[in-house]
Design a protein around this ligand. Structure first.
Ligand code: URA
Length: 237
């Protein structure tokens, strides 16, 4: 692969920016300075450094973000900040996109990747990847709601939801619940709760397949998936 292409993929910027870096002799391949952008390299076996620092080349990148409220799950938006705006500039250049969508006001676990096939498979309704949400609800959640969730629902507009699992953590004027669903339809948890006459006032995704939101990851923080996490995620599809 061309050296400038490799550096662009890793996140060093546009071809022009990368070519400038190479011309400025900031790039070494196996310890030797390379001043030509079009030279062919194998990033899997050769050590490529920029300003003395080895690059982190991978064909596919996988990140886990603790999404805060206020950001839309998209790569671009004319009005709002997107989850991509939360990334460091190098990572912003990696052509990552979010796997599925959390509402602007929803927090929690969001996977970002440049692997279109994995993203597609994880979202496919055929694969039944469970997502677990924690929610605070206005209104009293009752055992009958658990039954209704377990049976699945058809809304007045014809939208259908497969059976979901509702666990009531606490109930009263305000309730706390966990909801497990295998689909990812628009506003699904909010609409399921609305169907039983209550209102979600706070929503957070805490798990997707076997992948859990780490307690150590603060709101707005992100990190690469570990190999074990990635293997678990790939097993889901
Ligand atoms: N269900 C919702 O209602 N909102 C989300 O963001 C995710 C699931």
């Amino acid at each position: 692969m061309r050296l400038d292409k490799v550096l662009g993929h890793v996140g060093y910027g546009s071809r022009k920016e990368v070519q400038k870096m190479i011309k400025a002799k900031k790039v070494t391949v196996d310890g030797k300075c390379v001043a030509k952008s079009e030279v062919n390299v194998n990033p899997e076996v050769q050590e490529i450094c920029v300003s003395g620092k080895p690059i982190d080349y991978k064909e596919f990148y996988y990140y886990l973000l603790h999404k805060p409220a206020g950001y839309v799950s998209a790569t671009e938006d004319p009005r709002d900040e997107t989850v991509i705006d939360l990334l460091a500039p190098m990572d912003r250049n990696k052509e990552l996109f979010p796997v599925g969508r959390l509402d602007k006001d929803t927090e929690g676990l969001l996977v970002l990747t440049n692997n279109g096939k994995l993203a597609h498979d994880l979202l496919s309704p055929k694969k039944h990847v469970d997502k677990i949400y924690y929610a605070k609800v206005k209104g009293e959640m009752v055992p009958e709601d658990v039954e209704i969730f377990a049976q699945g629902m058809t809304l007045k507009d014809g939208t259908t939801y497969r059976p979901g699992k509702l666990e009531i953590i606490s109930s009263g004027e305000y309730s706390e619940i966990y909801v497990t669903i295998s689909e990812g339809k628009f506003h699904q948890v909010k609409k399921m709760v609305h169907y039983v006459g209550k209102e979600v006032i706070y929503l957070k995704r805490i798990q997707m397949g076997q992948l859990k939101l780490p307690e150590t990851l603060e709101l707005g923080e992100y990190r690469q998936l570990t190999n074990e996490e990635l293997i678990e995620l790939q097993k889901q599809v």
